[in-house]
Design a binder for this molecule. Structure first.
Ligand SMILES: O=C1C=CC(=NNc2ccccc2C(=O)O)C=C1
Length: 128
């Protein structure tokens, strides 16, 4: 695992958590996303994520991943971003995202995509 290892537990400012698995030699990875924002679905169910990252050795790799909110709603979020270390050496994933939710007709397509940003920081979890 090079210096830009995204594997492990991350949390965004909404309180959602994700577990990212090791990337393969092509930079492809998968994981599980535990959203904090859907209507309270107990127990929290995971949504699958799949992504691709660069394997630069400088620890500042760019990446993208898709979350399929299959169990909750017919919608999809794509995240794109980069890993950084802040002034205290804490790892940060600065991301932008597009959320596409299903609309019933082409006429509603204009309102189907929302955009935003998320910052993910590492969660110190034992279980991987
Ligand atoms: O059923 C659904 C539908 C959409 C969702 N979007 N979550 C997001 C969208 C953009 C950025 C972060 C999140 C998040 O859940 O942390 C979650 C559950």
């Amino acid at each position: 695992r090079g210096k830009c290892n995204l594997a492990g537990w991350w949390q965004n400012e909404l309180g959602s958590e994700m577990l990212v698995f090791n990337a393969n030699s092509k930079g492809n990875f998968s994981g599980e996303y535990y959203t904090a924002v859907s209507s309270a679905q107990k127990p929290i169910e995971t949504s699958p994520l799949r992504g691709s990252q660069h394997l630069d050795e400088d620890g500042k790799c760019t990446f993208g991943f898709t979350v399929n909110w299959s169990k909750f709603s017919d919608s999809t979020t794509v995240f794109v971003g980069q890993r950084f270390e802040d002034h205290r050496g804490q790892e940060v994933l600065k991301t932008g995202w597009l959320l596409r939710h299903k609309v019933n007709s082409l006429h509603d397509d204009w309102q189907a995509t929302t955009v935003g940003t998320n910052i993910f920081t590492r969660l110190n979890r034992k279980e991987e």
